[in-house]
Ligand binder design. Structure first.
Ligand code: ATP
Ligand code: MG
Length: 361
């Protein structure tokens, strides 16, 4: 039998991170207590507060300590608003690169009554996380943008066979677990014949390993339109970095907005990173009104993934309980936040989820 024990890091991030990350931790804690899952929690400094206490928004000590964990909850990072001082850096590329978190799994799921555009969407976008126009890996130094003269910028987009194949494989694995077993890969090989062409070729090659998954391909601009017109016809979508970034925000808009957009980053390493799609929302920080769903669901996805990956049935069961709690809270306007037609705040929604977890049999 496995050692029923997980070590999970807590990284608040910035702004609303200080509200929604503690909410997510409380919910995981409650579900774990009910299933007998032992979790060793490790709070760690990151972001603006870490700049004050440790002189860096991404302290070396945090990076070292993270590598010993099973997973971590990362709150949103408000790096655009960091002061222009030494040590104020964007932690995202460092984390993605250090742990090779190449697949960003972003589900879009409807819940009834939220006043969203659709009530019946259930899809997952898998976004390649380490290549494209944001190449964090060793291919191009720096940001991948160059300014050879004052009036010209060159942006370099990196696509590799290995990077394309492994994100495609991760997406097919997810599609295989879902009832519809349908995967759509998205690109624009009509124009970007080499880059998107390579991505598409690798997706087609990997598809042969998954004869049980129905597979098709859609050009990205058509996808942007079809996501609005018939999102119900999609199940799992896999695409390159920037297309995925744009399409996931679009998809979130269909089901209630950014508060409804969770995510899990996974990679070659064994560490999983729970990270909501939205940013740190400084405009609403400190007011107790942020929607904690995306962060809590991201944490739930991580617990479930670790449960399967590490063979810990208590974690899989804890994730199930969390899911039931989330559904119950979202069904009641008094335990929903205002962005999704509720009358409550962050604490009300968290309490609603905790109460439903306690009541669940
Ligand atoms: P980033 O560049 O980090 O993605 P962004 O500029 O896209 O950040 P966000 O921080 O994601 O901006 O927020 C955009 C707006 O969406 C915020 O101003 C806020 O009103 C709303 N928002 C984002 N997340 C939430 C949430 N969890 N609950 C409620 N509203 C949110
Ligand atoms: Mg954004």
């Amino acid at each position: 039998m496995a050692d029923h024990h997980l070590t999970i890091g807590i990284l608040d991030g910035d702004d609303i991170g200080h509200e929604i990350v503690p909410a997510a931790v409380e919910v995981v804690r409650a579900a774990a207590a009910r299933t007998g899952l032992a979790i060793d929690w490790r709070p760690m400094p990151i972001g603006r507060r870490a700049l004050d206490t440790h002189g860096s928004t991404m302290p070396d000590g945090t990076l070292d300590a993270l590598s010993k964990l099973d997973g971590f909850i990362l709150g949103p990072i408000g790096h655009q608003a960091y002061p222009k001082v030494e040590g104020a850096i964007n932690p995202h590329p460092i984390l993605r690169k250090h742990f090779d978190l190449f697949a960003n799994v972003r589900p879009t799921r409807s819940f009834p009554g939220l006043g969203a555009i659709y009530d019946d969407v259930d899809l997952v976008i898998v976004r390649e996380n380490n290549e494209g126009f944001q190449p964090d890996r060793n291919v191009v130094a720096g940001s991948g943008e160059f300014r050879p003269s004052e009036d010209m910028t060159i942006s370099v987009r990196v696509i590799t066979r290995r990077g394309s194949a492994r994100v495609a494989r991760a997406a097919f694995e997810i599609a295989r677990q879902r009832p519809a077993r349908h995967l759509t890969f998205v690109h624009k090989n009509t124009v970007f014949k080499l880059g998107c062409g390579m991505f598409a070729e690798e997706c087609r090659r990997v598809a042969e390993e998954f004869p049980d998954v129905r597979c098709d391909e859609v050009i990205v601009d058509t996808m942007a339109m079809r996501l609005i017109r018939d999102p119900q016809s999609f199940d799992v979508i896999v695409t390159t970095n920037m297309f995925g970034d744009i399409l996931t925000d679009e998809a979130a808009g269909l089901v209630g907005g950014l508060g409804m957009a969770p995510g899990l980053c996974i990679g070659e390493g064994k560490i999983a990173m729970a990270q909501a799609t939205h940013g740190s929302a400084p405009d609403i920080a400190g007011r107790g009104i942020a929607n904690p769903y995306a962060m809590i669901e991201s944490a739930r996805m991580m617990v479930e993934w670790l449960g399967h990956d590490r063979g810990v049935p208590e974690a899989v069961e804890a994730a199930r309980l969390m899911g039931r709690g989330i559904e119950a809270a979202l069904a009641d306007p008094s335990t929903r936040t205002r962005d999704i037609r509720g009358t409550g705040g962050t604490a009300d929604m968290t309490r609603g989820i905790l109460g439903a977890i306690e009541a669940e049999v």
